[in-house]
Design a protein around this ligand. Structure first.
Ligand code: PMP
Length: 438
């Protein structure tokens, strides 16, 4: 019997999602894009300009995701586009050394002095994975400390959840991660100095490194308590362990010198990504010369990449960093403050509990009252409320992250009219969530 073809989907987004699911696992190239966390059909983006995304149905949204923080100048910034075009005309990849890599590395080093030597890679995952390998090679130790709610990409040692005791072996957080890879990771609560001290003491000199997002942006935005990172720095020194700052998000986002410049704490190693590639796939890791000199070809720690330091990517990164003047950071701060105020004001007017946090050009918004200092606090937000808020905003032309517990990002293209539209949309969207009193 012939089965009738399904009625044609009403929208191109829907049609594309149906087609995508036939060829891409889950229809996407990265899970969060599937909208699983918020429900509904993911928007397939056809073009973007400045603060705006346009989907395949022709709907335009003000974008507060910005490729998860990468697009700090705004989409299709003319300086970035022309730098990429000019580089492409000279060849897209050589697999050989170029001047652009040297120039971008020099620019980064000027901004973050702790990166005495660095290396380019293609993703934040690679940066964190490689930084840990060089730390292990340098110290001759295996254990790594990380903090619950921080994200360091999807390499095995970081896909770990906490074991039962403070310094207990971690457990795999994903299928396919061998117990052995998780066993060397100790997962601690963020902002908890006592847990930190206990873990270092109990493991007696076994810890190669502690890795941390100095201002976590993967459980919403959570600010470090005064003294916490300073104590982490001290404890690492006391135990001859290295401190790795994962600044994949915060690098160039919370200021030209990253979180380390803002907080005046010098890590041994740093991971960068996102902004550093100007919206193309670049990341980097680097730090103290004597540590980085363990990398091949100088030392015994192996790490390599066919497309690492790609000339298009380096050109986009350089053009981006050139535009990040002190005035640009003032503008980013102002846009982020305006977003934070819009959310706070709208939530208050609607009687919806909301706790916000802001650092430079990023904002965190948790649908709960009270302080959010760690993952347990972050998780105790109204996750269903976020789903409703997300769709209420999307329907009003505002694109927030399709998952709760993500940071909101602004760009230099988020000017007065975009922010005025956001103010109105936020007020209306929160009103739909508001409790009706009386
Ligand atoms: N570190 C941090 C702090 C991140 O936020 C991310 C990704 N959002 C990564 C590492 C991994 O980067 P990528 O997705 O480029 O592998």
């Amino acid at each position: 019997m012939r089965v009738e073809a399904q009625a044609s989907p009403q929208s191109r987004n829907e049609a594309l999602f149906a087609r995508a699911q036939g060829v891409l696992a889950g229809g996407v190239s990265s899970p969060v894009r599937s909208f699983r966390a918020v429900g509904g059909t993911p928007r397939f983006i056809g073009r973007a300009s400045g603060a705006h995304l346009t989907d395949e149905d022709g709907h335009t949204y003000i974008d507060f995701v910005l490729s998860w923080g990468a697009v700090i100048l705004g989409h299709a910034h003319p300086a970035v586009v022309s730098a990429i075009k000019a580089a492409a005309e000279r060849g897209t990849t050589y697999g050989a050394a170029t001047e652009a890599e040297v120039a971008l590395a020099e620019a980064i080093q000027k901004d973050m002095r702790s990166l005495e030597l660095l290396r380019f890679v293609n993703s934040g995952t690679e940066a964190a994975m490689s930084a840990l390998r060089v730390a292990r090679g340098f110290t001759g130790r295996d254990l790594v400390v990380m903090f619950e709610g921080c994200y360091h990409g999807h390499a095995d040692p970081f896909l770990t959840k906490a074991g039962s005791g403070v310094a207990a072996a971690g457990l795999p957080k994903s299928a396919g991660v061998p117990a052995g890879a998780a066993r060397d990771t100790i997962v601690l609560p963020f902002n908890d100095e006592a847990a930190l001290e206990r873990a270092f003491k109990e493991t007696r000199g076994g810890i190669a490194a502690a890795i941390v997002e100095p201002i976590p942006a993967n459980m919403g935005v959570v600010l470090p308590r005064p003294g916490f990172l300073e104590r982490l720095r001290e404890v690492c020194e006391e135990h001859d362990s290295l401190l790795i700052f994962d600044e994949v998000v915060t690098g160039y986002r919370v200021g030209r010198g990253g979180a380390q410049g803002r907080l005046r704490i010098e890590p041994d190693l740093t991971c960068l990504g996102k902004v550093v590639g100007g919206g193309l796939p670049a990341a980097a890791f680097g730090g103290r010369r004597e540590v980085m000199e363990n990398l091949a070809p100088l030392g015994p720690v192996y790490q390599a990449g066919t497309l690492a330091g790609n000339p298009l990517v380096m050109a986009a990164g350089l053009a981006t960093l050139r535009a990040l003047t002190p005035a640009a950071y003032e503008q980013l701060d102002a846009a982020a403050a305006r977003l934070e105020n819009a959310l706070k004001g709208s939530a208050a007017a609607a009687g919806v509990p909301l706790t916000t946090a802001r650092a430079g050009g990023m904002v965190g918004a948790h649908l709960r009252s009270g302080l959010v200092e760690n993952f347990a606090d972050a998780r105790a937000t109204d996750l269903d409320g976020y789903r409703r808020l997300f769709h209420a905003l999307l329907g009003r032309g505002i694109y927030f992250p399709p998952s709760p517990l993500e940071a909101l990002f602004v760009s230099l293209a988020h000017g007065a009219s975009a922010m005025a539209k956001t103010d109105r949309a936020a007020a209306d969207a929160f009103a739909t969530l508001g409790r009706r009193v009386g």
